[in-house]
Design a protein around this ligand. Structure first.
Ligand code: ATP
Ligand code: FE
Length: 356
């Protein structure tokens, strides 16, 4: 099967072509991502209206580039997959409309994909993971544990009750005057810092379950910064490094402990080959990655982290999820709707307004 995938749920416009034959490894023939960082930079965040317009302008070109780079035409494509939510509704609509146009023009089957399913199924594309596996999705907009049993069968074991860790990294960078995106700059500063100098909280560790909270951490960091500024009028290079190291260690500790608990729930299902997989931009963080890997090993589970380009938003993961759904019998029609909210553990329910 050859699948064309489209992604436009946030600030990256993506188109990709993948190919997969039963029993063989999947091939990513192309994976085009056009970012919009420059368009939103002046506003300090993604502006939904600007994002939607940019997606509308870039989608056609991305599709053309993806087909060209893959060396295929629409005649050799079997399925068109598109992110149908959750996300910024204008962008999702742009993608769904583009996909419907392509499907109507070619007669190819259309499959609406949950963006989170795209992230959650990526380790099957990259490492051929078998169901069930445990996934920690940890990005700028999400933080949740998913027990992945099939392309339409997910259980959410817990997640953040407020900020996502990526968002906390970004806010931390902002508070310390470091460049955006915050994750990489905070990680770079933390390399020279002492993680024990500031006693940052480890929220919700005292409570059972896999839920997490990161907004208090940001407040603690703000207080520590203001105390230093009040004391000596500013931050030294070392202060900044220690604040970053302390913050990062707190995030890593919380994620590690909650992962330990989520793994215990998952291992109850007695998977033949227990695996923990991580996805999302925060999974790029070396300290966090190492902490999670060691938690997995201690629990007797393997660890899989897809390459970063496939961990952050991209269309190859949407094409792959579309392929899995299509194989499972899912096809949508022209009534496919764009959904701003769409929890994954309800994705097995029929799509609102969809033909199936
Ligand atoms: P989503 O895809 O969930 O809607 P998003 O597009 O913001 O959200 P990603 O593109 O997966 O998410 O990841 C971006 C986030 O990852 C940013 O918040 C960024 O700061 C964070 N990030 C990137 N690299 C690192 C790193 N090395 N350490 C920590 N965080 C990082
Ligand atoms: Fe995403």
């Amino acid at each position: 099967l050859t699948v064309l995938g489209l992604e436009s749920s946030c600030d990256d416009t993506g188109a990709a072509v993948i190919r997969h034959a039963d029993g063989a490894a999947a091939e990513i023939l192309s994976n085009v991502v056009a970012g919009q960082g420059d368009l939103h930079a002046a506003f300090g965040g993604v502006v939904p209206e600007i994002a939607a317009r940019a997606h509308t302008e870039k989608l056609d070109l991305c599709v053309e580039q993806a087909l060209d780079a893959a060396g295929v035409t629409l005649d050799t494509v079997d399925v068109i997959a598109v992110t149908a939510g959750p996300g910024l509704i204008g962008g999702v609509l742009a993608g769904v409309m583009c996909a419907k146009g392509l499907s109507a023009g070619t007669g190819l089957p259309l499959v609406g994909v949950n963006h989170l399913a795209g992230h959650a199924l990526t380790p099957r594309l990259t490492d051929g993971l078998a169901f069930p596996y445990l996934m920690l999705l940890v990005s700028g907009g999400h933080c949740q544990f998913l027990l992945v049993r099939g392309p339409e069968d997910y259980s959410r074991l817990g997640g953040t009750i407020d900020d996502a860790p990526g968002e906390a990294f970004d806010k931390t960078a902002k508070l310390l005057g470091l460049p955006q995106p915050g994750g990489p700059s905070v990680e770079a500063e933390a390399k020279n810092g002492d993680p024990r100098r500031f006693a940052f909280p480890r929220p919700l560790l005292d409570r059972p379950g896999c839920d997490m909270s990161f907004s208090g951490l940001k407040t603690a960091l703000l207080r520590a910064r203001d105390a230093l500024v009040g004391e000596k009028g500013g931050l030294t290079v070392q202060d900044r490094a220690d604040l970053c190291a302390g913050f990062q260690a707190a995030v890593a500790d919380v994620l590690a402990e909650k992962t330990r608990r989520a793994l215990a729930v998952y291992l109850n299902e007695a998977p033949a080959v227990p695996m923990l997989s991580v996805a999302g931009g925060v999974a790029a963080n070396g300290t966090i990655r190492t902490a999670l890997q060691s938690v997995a090993e201690t629990a007797g589970a393997g660890f899989s982290a897809p390459p970063l380009a496939l961990c952050t938003d991209n269309a190859a993961m949407i094409a792959w999820a579309g392929l899995e759904l299509f194989r499972a019998g899912r096809v949508d029609d022209m009534t496919l709707s764009a959904r701003p909210r769409w929890p994954l553990d309800q994705s097995s329910a029929p799509m609102l307004g969809s033909g199936k």
